[in-house]
Design a protein around this ligand. Structure first.
Ligand code: EPU
Length: 434
């Protein structure tokens, strides 16, 4: 077990390179199950969620060869099992993509119920199930397993209207529909950049998917996908996290390997707060030298302000002049981290999906915890901005989605270390929880 120790108060200066998008990678890797042949995938982020998914595919019989740190050859032609009931699957949310991919390829799937970040409530998959059922599958949840089957071994094209805009359901139904007989039309879909990326990946292997990035996706079933080469887009949320970090600490940061258009929803808010952002072709120069100003924000599906940036933005709003109102429009309960900010001197009141944030002069270092991936990133930002020393436990959440976060921050002047938690202290924590 490890924790981060941050000595805050240093402006960030220099360059940081953004990795491949986590939420694209965790869909594209299971999507390789649909491909007959080798997929060479580039720009794969080195994060624990990806490692876990690659291990799951290996256990199912896939052959995976590392070309370099961010490039893999994945060949799933040898996979015969439709069963993915592994303990590791219960730890990641994206394991739900194995349902769509297996169902699409074999007409059946038995997959452990997905886990992942817990925002305090249930994370339902009813829209995924509704779509699979409309395509002719029977889907049951038994003993923590999602069991899906088709009477004739095939899914059938149909029209599906999603009742809520869901990233996971959009991608999962796209995966399932690739080999369905006829055309599948999915309406009211999510439009996040990673949805377009998954569609581009599948199309580059021979699928016929149109409309990704709009409200309606049409998938015409094809017979076969063949191997090929694909490079994953840069991670919008990782880039946004570094933008929020330099907005909080002050300084000048060149953020490289981004698609600036994907960042507009985040850049706009930061500019309202007094951050200066210059756009290059595939980079952003982010500067903050004056005071941070208050703003209001509501999280929404893309192209709205992303929920996965809400904790990071709320954290820097704690240091802005005036009162800000943050409304969480996607998840029911995504403010668990606020208690940690209060320990550092923040002034935040949460009422349901709304947080009212009174700007304070400064935060002070404290021992705090990461309760989920983005909340963990927000705690790192809080530590970088605070005076004194902040110790963050629960960093395994952060490492699920941020490649080399410690090294990347050290390179731009942050005083952050990853240190072992002595066993005696771990035992004490376990006893306290027990
Ligand atoms: N929802 C339903 N029924 C469903 C599916 C979703 O009611 O069948 C609701 C959810 O409860 C939520 C809303 O719809 O209120 C949106 O959920 P969505 O399905 O879009 O979320 P997800 O696919 O489970 C992905 C990301 C999350 C990100 C959300 C929203 C992955 C692996 N995860 O989750 O990312 O917050 O979309 O953008 O892509 C993260 O990266 O830290 C993270 C949590």
């Amino acid at each position: 077990m490890y924790k981060y120790i941050i000595k805050g108060g240093k402006p960030l200066e220099g360059e940081v390179e953004i990795s491949g998008a986590k939420n694209a990678a965790v869909a594209i890797i299971p999507a390789a199950l649909l491909v007959d042949g080798v997929c060479r995938i580039e720009n794969i982020p080195q994060i624990s969620d990806v490692t876990m998914l690659l291990n799951i595919l290996k256990r199912m019989g896939a052959s995976i060869r590392t070309v370099d740190r961010h490039t893999m050859d994945i060949d799933c032609s040898g996979v015969t099992s439709t069963d993915a009931d592994f303990d590791m699957m219960r730890r990641i949310r994206a394991s739900y993509y194995l349902i769509g991919a297996l169902l699409g390829r074999f007409g059946k799937a038995t997959v452990a119920m997905p886990g992942g970040c817990n925002f305090g409530g249930v994370r339902p998959i009813d829209q995924h199930v509704k779509g699979f059922a409309a395509m002719g599958a029977t889907v049951e949840v038994r003993n923590g397993l999602v069991c899906a089957d088709t009477p004739d071994g095939h899914l059938h094209g149909c029209e599906i209207y999603l009742d809520v805009v869901s990233v996971g359901a959009t991608i999962n139904l796209m995966l399932a529909a690739v080999f369905a007989q006829g055309t599948t039309v999915i309406e009211n879909v999510a439009k996040e950049p990673h949805i377009v990326d998954v569609a581009n990946f599948l199309n580059s292997m021979g699928a016929d998917i149109r409309g990704a990035g709009t409200n309606v996706i049409k998938v015409r079933g094809v017979q076969k996908l063949r191997g090929g080469f694909y490079s994953i887009i840069p991670d919008q949320i990782e880039a946004g996290t570094y933008m929020a970090a330099v907005a909080g600490t002050g300084g000048d940061l060149l953020i490289k390997n981004v698609i600036p258009k994907h960042m507009n929803c985040i850049s706009g808010k930061l500019e309202e707060m007094g951050v200066v952002i210059e756009e290059g072709e595939d980079c952003l120069l982010v500067r903050r030298h004056g005071p941070l100003r208050r703003t209001n924000v509501k999280t929404q599906p893309y192209p709205g302000f992303p929920t996965d940036m809400q904790p990071q933005l709320s954290t820097i709003l704690c240091l802005a002049q005036g009162t800000s109102i943050v409304t969480e429009g996607v998840w029911d309960n995504r403010y668990k981290y606020v208690d940690e900010l209060l320990k550092m001197g923040a002034a935040v009141r949460v009422d349901g999906r709304v947080a009212i944030i009174e700007g304070v002069q400064g935060l002070t270092g404290a021992p705090i915890k990461a309760y989920d991936l983005r909340a963990g990133a927000a705690m790192v930002i809080a530590g970088l901005c605070a005076s004194g020393t902040t110790e963050i436990e629960g960093i395994e959440y952060i490492e699920r989605g941020y490649e080399d976060i410690v090294e990347k921050l050290q390179n731009v002047g942050a005083d952050i270390q990853c240190v072992d938690i002595p066993e005696a202290q771990e035992d004490e924590d376990i006893q306290r929880i027990g």
